[in-house]
Ligand binder design. Structure first.
Ligand code: GDP
Length: 396
């Protein structure tokens, strides 16, 4: 069996244990390194070869995107990662980084429970960093932070240990100020969602050279700031990558700090759905009940040359299977599911079924649009996804 098939099989096995699932988005200001980081994660999970991560740009599926070097549509990938002796299923949604595509970012946030926000160490928090954080928090999605391009602080700006630490703490403080301000406006998030090095909710490193660290990873590997500076300065980046691979650090952070669907859905459902909170359907969604009625929220529609229109989104309750006749909000009649699948980079893999708590891609929902609620019983649709407009900026 090919490596890819094995990964798909393992994903299918893990889909039934929501406690071990993490649905995440990576979001960033344009050029801060979201695509390069995503490729590292794919390579780390064995989805693309190590050597091509950073060059392959697997998440940029359209020719047009590759030509323009920006990601237009959210692309999705499911991968597995072993953390504390338990294999986890990580469903990653890539979000567009360009200023024109704010709506897509918000839609992607509806499908996930955690957002890894990437910030360039040299540029710091930028207007779109604020926008993506707001989009995440409004959807009840927990943030963590990855400070990227730290290699530039060392090799280009020739910063020493103290200077570098000061700069990184400055970026963290700026991001936390944004988070604090936004959380204050919300009454249903009581947890402290600011990020910190000590808690392990901040990672930093270089997506380009594929190394990364966090406080827990530094304790585990014994690598110090001094080591990092020395190895980076002496062009020993391969050694740095081997001693502290970025994908392990980030995926460990994802498993440790992002909520699983069972923890996230009870908090997220009341925020995005105004139906009867006492109903069985509400209970099924809160409990991520794979045996309940099907509730699927479509967050993206894409075209596949073979399969046709593909609707991607989050299964909040029940289990999606081929042949089901489902209601599509805002339209009369039902649509029949033709196939159910998972995204593995730019390709889709058909599977038998996708249960609650996962991200699925299905064909056959010809009446669905991004934002549709698709269900086996007639129900109050999810709240429409609010577009947060971007501050107008020009790329320098
Ligand atoms: P996106 O727009 O956020 O997806 O950013 P990309 O991943 O496309 O990266 C934008 C540019 O920054 C590309 O030229 C990358 O090679 C470069 N880049 C990404 N990560 C790093 C890094 O860690 N260090 C350095 N020096 N450059 C990086």
């Amino acid at each position: 069996m090919g490596r890819r098939k094995k990964i798909v099989q393992e994903c299918e096995r893990l889909m039934d244990t929501p406690e071990n699932i993490r649905n995440i988005a990576i979001a960033a200001h344009v050029d801060h390194g979201k695509t390069t980081l995503s490729d590292n994660l794919l390579a780390g999970a064995g989805m693309i070869s190590e050597g091509t991560a950073g060059e392959q740009l697997a998440m940029d599926t359209k020719e047009d995107e590759q030509e323009r070097g920006i990601t237009i549509d959210a692309a999705n990938v499911s991968m597995t990662h072993e953390y504390e002796d338990t294999n986890h299923l990580i469903n990653l949604i890539d979000t567009p980084g360009h200023v024109d595509f704010g709506g897509d970012v918000t839609r992607a946030m509806r499908a996930v429970d955690g957002a890894l926000v990437v910030v360039d160490a040299v540029e710091g928090a930028m207007p779109q960093t604020e926008t993506v954080l707001r989009q995440a928090l409004r959807e009840g999605v927990k943030p963590t932070l990855f400070i990227n391009k730290v290699d530039r602080l060392i090799s280009e700006l020739q910063e020493g240990e103290e200077e570098m630490q000061e700069r990184l703490l400055g970026v963290i403080a700026d991001v936390n100020e944004l988070i604090r301000g936004m959380i204050e406006e919300m009454d249903d998030i009581n947890d402290d969602w600011t990020v910190s090095v000590e808690d392990g909710t901040v990672g930093f490193g270089s997506a380009l050279y594929k190394w990364g660290v966090s406080m827990p990873s530094m304790q585990r590997t014994g690598i110090s700031f001094e080591d990092i500076i020395e190895l980076e300065r002496n062009d020993k980046r391969d050694e740095l990558h081997e001693r502290s691979p970025l994908s392990d650090v980030v995926l460990d952070m994802v498993c440790e700090h992002f909520p699983n669907p069972v923890d996230a859905q009870p908090r997220r459902v009341p925020r995005i759905w105004r139906g009867d909170a006492e109903s069985e359907l509400a209970e099924d969604m809160r409990l991520v009940n794979e045996d309940g009625d099907v509730v699927f929220m479509v967050t993206d529609i894409s075209m596949d040359p073979h399969a046709g229109e593909i609707a991607t989104g989050r299964v909040f309750s029940g289990t999606l299977e081929k042949g089901q006749d489902l209601y599509v909000s805002g339209t009369a009649g039902k649509n029949r599911i033709q196939s159910v699948g998972l995204f593995m980079g730019s390709e889709r893999e058909e599977v038998e079924r996708v249960p609650a708590g996962n991200i699925a891609s299905v064909t056959g929902l010809r009446d669905a649009i991004a934002g549709s609620t698709v269900s086996s019983v007639e129900m109050t649709p999810f709240e429409s996804i609010e577009h947060i407009s971007e501050p107008v900026i020009t790329k320098s």
